[in-house]
Design a protein around this ligand. Sequence first.
Ligand SMILES: [Fe+2]
Ligand SMILES: [Fe+2]
Length: 474
Amino acid sequence: MVNIFLTFSLTENIFHNYFEKQVKDQVSSTLSGLDFGISILLDKGDLNSIQRMVEKIGAYSFIKIIRVYDLHNKIISSNDKGEINKKIKIEIVDKVIRENRLQNINSNLKEKKLEVAVPIKGTAYSKANKNDIMGVVFVQANTSSFEGILLKYQDLFIKKYIVSGTLLLLGILLLLVYKIFLPITKLSNAVNEVSDGDYKHEIIHNSHEEFSYLIQNFNSMIKRINARDMELKQVKSKLEEQNGVLEQKVDERTKELVQTQEVTIKSLAVLAETRDNETGMHVYRTKNYVRILAEHLKDHPRFSSYLNETNIELIVNSAQLHDIGKVGIPDRILRKKGKLTKDEFEEMKKHVIYGRDSILKAEKTMGTNSFLRFAKEIAYSHHEKWDGSGYPEGLAGEKIPICARLMAMADVYDALMSKRHYKEAFTHEEAVKIITAGDGRTMPEHFDPCVLESFKELNHKFKEIFLRFPERNS
Ligand SMILES: [Fe+2]
Ligand SMILES: [Fe+2]
């Protein structure tokens, strides 16, 4: 082991810094791989600062022994607690205390292989008198463990660059955020607003931003879109105005058309009345029965697509023409007082064909979708019966047009309630009983079951209508 004397005025920081520097820069280069001892002369400071210094030195991994002797060779501090207060005489300590002199360190330590006193620079080296010496610190270390110290310096080096590198990265990041991320975010938000249909917001930007050109273009685009949007709104407003005028005209024309249709139908119905022995009241009543049946059934799944508002109006008006074909029946049969013969009845049944044909001729000049399509079906099929026992076709069930099924119920009820040449009028209750229970001539199976059910629910309204339009001569 090589012993080295260090002698200086002790202050905690000076010693600590010096110890590290000495070990790293000088001792490690000359004593590498050897155990060495350092004896340090203490001439300043107090025991507490000595103790803190000893603890700091002792924390180095390569330290084997660190002791503090007083002037009487008594150990006052040690990393081996068992040594404290013992007296261990070490010649070198005596020598340090006795001689307290400095030798030149310029000579090679390894060659001398002797204990030498190492002079230190500046304020650190001792100029103390013997009487000022407080004690000696003896440190024994193993230089083969110096890597610990070197690593510590490397760590510091790495940490230093990590810190400066991190700061540099943070700076770059901030620059990127300011120059790129923020402008892109503004642009992205603005594009999102535009995609949501909000064209009002231009981007407020700094002309020094990297994306300034892009943002300026975007703002120009927004301005053009807003201008175009304004034009479109003006055009839309004009169109709405014109549409309003057109709608008003269409409404007026539609009303005129409906009135024309009603007048046409009414004229035909009046024509039929002049020939028929049934009065005009029958026509009014049946029309109203048909309306309440249609209104009642319009939400029923079987009828809802058929009985829309437009169709109901056409069906109700067309109901007036159900017996228009009677204009083709000779007066001797039509006005006969008394029961018709079988042949006469067969002739009478032809009124449905005459009715259908006359409307068909009128319809041909109007096209297939004319308002007379329901009138034609009602005129031809209002004597058909659900069970197939009616005329002229003997149609059954769904094959009978819906409008004709409604008409059949209306016509039968009103016929039962009215006085005829061949019969007296029934009371409402009797009529309802005949329709719902049957009397042989009129049977419940003659009617669409849904229409029959509606009649059962609504027959009180039928009665009201019958009473509202009484026969003129009654
Ligand atoms: Fe008829
Ligand atoms: Fe009738």
